[in-house]
Design a protein around this ligand. Structure first.
Ligand code: AP5
Ligand code: MG
Length: 213
């Protein structure tokens, strides 16, 4: 099963993709996570992405398309995958179609997690993530039992460098201008659906599972 989760920054793509990956036994492919890992490791890709990510702008299409093209060739993607944060421009969507067609594959589901922009600023600025296992938390909606410590693995919780209000507002503007048109790209194909991303996390997960079966 090949799934794309669309949605603005803070919609819950990462939160839901992690749970779906576990339930369906297929990997979560988050270009944001991959770029942050590249940045941390100091690779060439990381260096190319750094300035754009810090400003809340998009990393060039060819960089992220290259990352995904390499990743989907790995054995664990054979049964399918959940794309989180990719494609984020119409040219990325077109390249994805081409690379899948070349392998006799196609996307089965494109699901937009629809949200209200103002709520997203609060969601993102309240977010923290475990530096060890990647579990996500929120200052209001999903508090860890012990402040700053991951419930699952005991790792330290950290905040993303681009999760400050100014950068978040820029990411939302960039989403409207460059990513929202991706919905129009998929809508006519019959694979597109929308879920209400303003519902609580459990309800969003249920709605996604109802679509995926
Ligand atoms: P990326 O890492 O993809 O960030 P993003 O799209 O801005 O999305 P987020 O990760 O902020 O939000 P999310 O939807 O995953 O929400 P989450 O589940 O964490 O990209 C970062 C940067 O990398 C980009 O700005 C760009 O520079 C670059 N990049 C990445 N991919 C690229 C591409 N394809 N092309 C070009 N550049 C690219 O949830 C947020 C918070 O809300 C959490 O705290 C969570 O606990 C909470 N929450 C989740 N769901 C709910 C709910 N239903 N109710 C209440 N709270 C909730
Ligand atoms: Mg994310």
């Amino acid at each position: 099963m090949k799934v794309i989760l669309l949605g603005p920054p803070g919609a819950g793509k990462g939160t839901q993709a992690r749970q779906l990956a576990e339930k369906y036994g297929i990997p979560q492919l988050s270009t944001g996570d991959m770029l942050r890992a590249a940045l941390k490791a100091g690779t060439e890709v990381g260096l190319k992405a750094k300035a754009a990510m810090e400003a809340g702008a998009l990393v060039p299409d060819e960089v992220v398309v290259g990352i995904i093209a390499d990743r989907i060739q790995e054995a664990d993607c054979q049964k399918g995958f959940i794309l989180d944060g990719f494609p984020r421009t119409v040219p990325q969507a077109q390249e994805l179609d081409k690379m899948l067609a070349g392998r006799g594959m196609a996307i089965d589901h494109v699901i937009d997690i629809a949200c209200d922009a103002e709520a997203l600023v609060a969601r993102i600025t309240g977010r923290s993530t475990c530096s060890k296992c990647g579990e996500g938390y929120h200052a209001q909606h999903k508090k860890p039992a012990q402040a700053g410590i991951c419930d699952k693995c005991g790792g330290t919780l950290t905040q993303r460098a681009d999760d400050n209000e100014e950068t978040v507002r820029n990411r939302l503007t960039v989403y409207e201008a460059q990513t929202a048109p991706v919905i129009g790209f998929y809508r006519p194909g019959g694979v597109f659906k929308e879920v209400d991303g303003m519902a609580d996390m459990g309800a969003v997960f249920k709605a996604l599972c109802a679509i995926l079966g």
